[in-house]
Design a protein around this ligand. Sequence first.
Ligand code: HEC
Ligand code: HEC
Length: 374
Amino acid sequence: MSRFLEAAVCGVLAALCLAGPVRAGDAAAGEKVFNRCKACHAVGEDARNRVGPELNELVGRIAGTADGYKYSPSMQKAGADGLVWSLETLSTFLADPKTMVTGTKMGFAGLRKPADIDNVIAYLETFSKAADAGEVKSEPKEKKTEATPEKPVAQQPAKAANAAASSGGEGAGEHFHLGRVATAAEVAAWDIDVRPDGLGLPEGHGTVAQGEKIFDESCASCHGDFGEAIGRWPVLAGGQGTLRDDRPVKTVGSYWPYLSTVYDYIRRAMPFGNARSLSDDDVYALTAYVLYLNDIVTDEDFELSKSNFTTIRLPNQDNFIQDDREQEPEYADKGDPCMKNCVEGAARISMHAEVLDVTPEEKGDDKKPSAGIE
Ligand code: HEC
Ligand code: HEC
């Protein structure tokens, strides 16, 4: 509607127009402007709080009072001090949010063009029943900050993201608006790694005898009664002295450097197909039993616990060394490796992949890509 037409309508229906200030905003154009708010705000049916509060019934709302939304202290204070969203206050706010509400967490620099401001307000008005009547919701609502049992680790979007959004343009940053921040309980559930020095071990304990019982029930069907393995499932015991053989048998006893890996592995991944079903005590007992199967402990009553865990050393630990290529005698003399034009003269094909028998045969295709360049 043009300004002229609106003025004319107001002339005829003065009573209607007096109810509120005359705005030239065009709601349809405002819908497009609202695309810049959409990353953070929703309106309409089913609108929910997102990065910012839902904006239904905005006109007449006391600032900082959308149900269930966690506002910045600044916005809450602005509302408590009497800021009510009207066409005027919205105009001021949307032109420069951070000047009007210092400390707001709205990561948005503001709309530069007055027409955009008018239009987006006109659009938002269409979702506000109170807009024309000039009503104000009577009481600020109790804020439901304690509604969720598990509080997200970080409740406010990262400051950096906010900064990026306000300097880089509307809707930038704010974690791309995908997913949500993991809760402390979720992080704890994933954060189960155990270090060789014992950091990360849970409280708990279990004996070899207890472990044997669980092993027979939940592990032996694949790994064999004595860790010797059924069929081609992994071997868990034996293999000592085979590491230099053509086919070394690498087990916890013959090869693994640290017991922490055994605990971590069983706890994280076993029994295969039913991971994370074991209690921490079960895992201590099973780890003790795997030690027993490998003759690293020999007493059935041996109890492994958080407190004695790091006293156990696996036999092969010392053979794991820092692999510092620069100083290893094996590599130190060799100088810088050649990275280009390493062959003198023209490259010559010395063998075809077909001869190596790695390429599936196909009739009438003699010129296969070659492998092996001399
Ligand atoms: C990057 C995210 C983001 C964008 C983009 C954004 N806002 Fe916000 N907005 C917020 C956040 C967060 C708040 C809560 C501010 C606070 O608590 O300090 C907010 C608050 C508001 C409020 C106050 C609401 C209330 O209940 O008190 C209004 C009005 C508002 N925004 C309008 C808009 C409009 C209109 C646009 C688009 C032109 C827009 N916002 C763009 C994040 C954003
Ligand atoms: C359904 C068969 C199956 C069952 C049951 C099973 N495992 Fe496993 N286990 C596997 C497979 C498969 C791997 C190797 C997984 C891989 O390499 O990704 C493995 C690997 C392991 C390893 C590491 C072995 C190595 O040297 O890499 C340990 C230790 C282990 N299992 C312990 C257990 C314990 C303890 C139980 C009982 C609570 C158990 N497993 C039950 C199939 C099984």
